[in-house]
Design a protein around this ligand. Structure first.
Ligand code: FPP
Length: 252
């Protein structure tokens, strides 16, 4: 892999592109291990989240450079609201700061920001900043960065069922029309293709309620690397591994 650092520019390193077989159109990531990373360094958990936010910045930039078209990041689950208040506040603060600080970079790199989840659960300042970024980047044509916020795969599916029931009651559709394609159109992710590659950091072998419908035929890559240590070269390694997979979608 020829991904050594190239000439730095304004403190930002640009690196030569690794040699990829095929690049997944849509990469989804369960960013896990911030707490363990902090613990391993005798730091408090929130410092792990701060370091994790740096990985987010680097991975977003790298994904765009590598030719990934959609990147979905599991940033906050519905279940994460059960964490201690201080940790939730830190995560919300980091999110707001990311959206505020990264907007010029998202514009410069042509990234379009989107979000999925129960966004109305988020604090007003985060919703405001999120809305600003989504609107400001609406016309961008490069990487689509999708943040999963207050997200739950099961909630998404139940909301889709309610939405279909409404359509049926209004007589807009007939029950015979309810099939996979129609169901898909009622999910938060209706505008995006299903992920080709799911990356989970920190070695855990779980889906954790993430994109339960959409991951049916997604290739899974689990790395022991903790999220704050997951950087450009780790994304490249996952994509190279994906390039060696045979995808059969249940056929032979
Ligand atoms: C999992 O680590 C990580 C999260 C619950 C939050 C992810 C948040 C970030 C990466 C930072 C902010 C996000 C953005 C988009 C700027 P964990 O706390 O469950 O780690 P552990 O399993 O080791 O305890």
């Amino acid at each position: 892999m020829n991904s050594g650092p190239g000439p730095g520019k304004a403190g930002r390193e640009t690196a030569a592109l690794p040699k990829f077989g095929k690049v997944p159109k849509h990469v989804a990531i369960i960013m896990d291990g911030n707490g363990r990373w902090a613990k391993s360094k005798n730091m408090v958990r929130v410092q792990g989240h701060r370091a994790g936010a740096e990985s987010v910045r680097e991975v977003v930039r790298a994904a765009g450079e590598f030719g990934v078209k959609y990147l979905t990041l599991y940033a906050f689950s519905v279940e994460n609201w059960n964490r201690p208040k201080g940790e939730i506040n830190t995560l919300m603060g980091l999110l707001e700061k990311f959206l505020r600080d990264e907007l010029p970079e998202l514009q410069k790199t042509n990234v379009r920001l989107q979000a999925i989840g129960r966004l109305s659960d988020l604090p007003e300042n985060v919703r405001h900043q999120l809305h600003l970024c989504i609107e400001a980047t609406r016309e961008n044509t490069g990487l689509v960065l999708i943040l999963a916020l207050s997200y739950s795969g099961r909630v998404e599916i139940v909301e889709a069922v309610h939405s279909i029931i409404r359509e049926l009651r209004l007589g807009h559709i007939d029950s015979a029309q309810v099939d996979e394609q129609l169901f898909n159109h009622h999910l938060y992710t209706r505008y995006y293709p299903d992920p080709d590659l799911l990356i989970r950091t920190s070695g855990e072998m779980r889906l954790s309620n993430f994109l339960l419908w959409q991951l049916s035929y997604t290739e899974i890559y689990v790395t022991p690397t903790l999220w704050p240590d997951f950087r450009r070269q780790d994304l490249a390694a996952a994509i190279i591994d994906y390039g060696n997979r045979q995808r059969r979608f249940g056929a032979v």
